[in-house]
Design a protein around this ligand. Structure first.
Ligand code: GLU
Length: 453
């Protein structure tokens, strides 16, 4: 079976995660069938399209590994071809000029000339002569049989009075030229279907198999938008969501394979199919995405996780170069269980790198100040005499401090932890001090004593 799919974003905004899911399903279906996945940029709306949006869409798709075949098609570079196709319809009497009121200022009848072309006639649009005789019957891969009554058909504008061809025309012309066999997109485009099918027929072209994906909703049941929080894929990529987690999450938002939750790309390429796409709208569940992201981080090789966390540490201008490669891996080995994103993990371990810790002494307000100073002076003196070459020597040192001061570990441990990290929740003292090393530990406790006195 020949399979050609496409993703056709308009660069008039950031790439929405719903759009990523459309691209993902199109990519998967093409790859799975040894077909082609094309990328088309629908940038005919020159007033709203920007290079920034276009570049960010392309870059997000690349980061997600949704590589397209062939060159990217830019609709803005194909205006003259669309004019030829409009002319073809005019010649077949399948299109006609329609006068627009001079004072009428809608998107379709915008009078300021944008694209000067041979068909353009001042104060006129060109409409497609939509057939009104026959029902349109479509078998959509998701929605099944859909019938459109000719009563709902109307003569859409295909060339605006500003000379710019409209989406329904350009999309069908390109889908024909690109040989699209399976047209996968959001079901917000179902309303365009009757006119597009009639356009395919008017150009005597094969009508692709349609697959209209139910929308993704927020938890309030409304279409997912900025009101629900971040919906731009770049936000998720920036905030430390992994590509495998995002792909796994989005594929499951509208498709399932039994109870299976975790899918590698390889498994998806075997299992994904259009007939298991759910008909009802899916709900975007950030907790589920967080859970998946954490799952992928926890189950990955520590070298990979370290590599992925590094850029987030670099963003915080920490003196990372001063530490050897194993330092980060050893930090991560102490446990990253509680954090769900790469960025959060990076934020939770910055104290390992900081030259100077910011102390919020309210955190240790319940500890007696004089006693705290006494304990830390004792331990720093003892730490100074050992070489930190192993963990047991560090533990023994803390133990001897407990004995000398006649205190329990719970009276001393939190204070060492606070003086060395600025937190009370940190790894165990021997792990922490061993990893930080003698120089940092002694310097940090001494500096804290200076500040706290
Ligand atoms: N540029 C259109 C959009 O972003 C494409 C719709 C389609 O896939 O036909 O909505």
């Amino acid at each position: 079976m020949r399979v050609n799919t496409r993703f056709a974003p308009s660069p008039t905004g950031w790439l929405h995660i719903g759009g990523v899911r459309t691209a993902l399903y199109s990519w998967l279906y093409a790859r799975k069938n040894n077909g082609k996945f094309f990328l088309r940029i629908d940038d005919t709306d020159t007033s709203r399209s920007t290079d920034e949006f276009k570049d960010s869409i392309i870059s997000a798709l690349n980061q997600l590994g949704l590589k397209h075949d062939n060159q990217i098609t830019y609709q803005s570079q194909r205006f003259s071809h669309y004019i030829d196709k409009v002319e073809e319809l005019l010649n077949k009497d399948l299109a006609y000029y329609d006068k627009v009121e001079k004072n009428e200022k809608t998107r379709e009848t915008d009078l300021a000339l944008v694209y000067n072309n041979r068909l353009n006639k001042e104060g006129h649009v060109i409409r497609f002569r939509n057939q009104r005789e026959n029902m349109i019957r479509i078998i959509d891969s998701v929605h099944g049989e859909i019938n459109f009554d000719p009563k709902v058909f109307f003569d859409v504008v295909i060339l605006r009075s500003n000379g710019v061809p409209t989406y329904n025309l350009t999309s069908v012309v390109d889908d024909i030229d690109m040989g699209i066999t399976h047209l996968i997109r959001g079901d917000d485009h179902l309303s365009n279907l009757p006119v597009q099918v009639n356009l395919f027929n008017s150009f005597e072209a094969d009508v692709p198999i349609f697959c209209h994906l139910p929308m993704i909703h927020g938890i309030d049941g409304k279409r997912l938008s900025k009101r629900h929080g971040a919906v731009d894929i770049n936000y998720f990529l920036r905030e430390g969501y992994r590509v495998d987690a995002l792909i796994n999450y989005l594929v499951k938002t509208g498709w399932s394979h039994g109870d299976k939750e975790i899918f590698s790309k390889k498994e998806l390429l075997e299992l994904f199919d259009l007939d298991r796409i759910t008909k009802s709208a899916a709900t975007f569940d950030i907790d589920k995405l967080n859970w998946l992201n954490q799952h992928y981080i926890k189950n990955d090789d520590i070298d990979n996780v370290a590599e992925q966390i590094l850029p987030y540490l670099q963003d915080q201008n920490l003196p990372i170069e001063a530490c050897n490669d194993d330092y980060l891996k050893n930090i991560l080995l102490l446990g990253i269980e509680r954090e769900f994103s790469l960025k959060n993990i990076a934020s939770s371990i910055t104290y390992f790198y900081q030259d100077e810790i910011d102390y919020d002494t309210n955190i240790i307000a319940k500890y007696d100040k004089a006693q705290t100073i006494k304990i830390l002076k004792d331990i720093v003196t003892k730490f100074f005499t050992i070489d930190f070459s192993d963990k047991p020597s560090i533990s023994a040192c803390v133990k001897s401090s407990c004995e000398d001061l006649k205190l329990k570990f719970k009276d001393i441990g939190p204070l060492i932890r606070f003086a060395t990290t600025g937190k009370l929740n940190a790894p165990s003292i021997d792990d922490l001090c061993f990893l930080l090393g003698k120089k940092r530990v002694v310097e940090r406790i001494s500096r804290f004593l200076e500040i706290y006195k």
